[in-house]
Design a protein around this ligand. Structure first.
Ligand code: MN
Length: 194
């Protein structure tokens, strides 16, 4: 059985980019429902002892969608911290970004385009392959780059439930503000321990 992620910060820690109100729905209602639905689908599925990643890669239908949303949200919520302008990566991750995208700024611009341009509901991802090459991917609905054999590093949730209470239809403004929340230490650790 999977449990609801405990948020590593206070409910108002991400305001005003993500309000306590949004967080209470997004974490306390949406993510909780995905966890509940996943646990309800487990008995008899053959995935009772599988990790989230295994379920996402090997299953299909409702169980895959709910496992994907639990995995995606766990990665999303644990990579965020209090708003702080000018946050940027360092170390091996920054070096890989400069190698594969030219600069951090060029990466951010390309990732932003993917997040803002995603039609409907889904996720923008920075992922790495086994050799440490970086890739930006766009995944609809509950998609995760593990399904493409990649290691997920950073993700922006662009389902409307992630921003509508605070930003209404202004997804581009929300995405621009999200960069101030990214805790690059977490992303660097995911990259280095891949
Ligand atoms: Mn979400």
């Amino acid at each position: 059985m999977f449990t609801l992620l405990e948020l590593p910060y206070a409910p108002d820690a991400l305001a005003p980019v993500i309000s306590a109100d949004t967080l209470s729905y997004h974490h306390g209602k949406h993510l909780r429902t995905y966890v509940t639905n996943l646990n309800a689908a487990l008995p008899g599925s053959g995935f009772e002892d599988s990790s989230l990643e295994e379920i996402v890669v090997r299953s299909e239908g409702g169980i895959r969608n709910n496992a994907g949303q639990v995995l995606n949200h766990n990665l999303y919520f644990t990579q965020l911290g209090a708003p702080q302008a000018g946050r940027r990566p360092a170390g091996a991750l920054l070096a890989a970004m400069e190698r594969d995208f030219g600069s951090f700024e060029a990466f951010r611009e390309a990732f932003t385009k993917v997040a803002v341009g995603l039609f409907g509901s889904g996720w923008a991802w920075l992922a790495a392959d086994a050799q440490g090459n970086l890739r930006i991917t766009q995944e609809a609905n509950a998609g995760n780059p593990v399904q493409k054999g990649l290691i997920p590093l950073l993700t922006f949730d662009v389902w409307e439930h992630a921003y509508y209470l605070d930003w209404q239809n202004r997804r581009a403004d929300h995405v621009a503000a999200l960069w101030d929340l990214v805790d690059w230490k977490v992303i660097e650790k995911r990259f280095e321990s891949r």
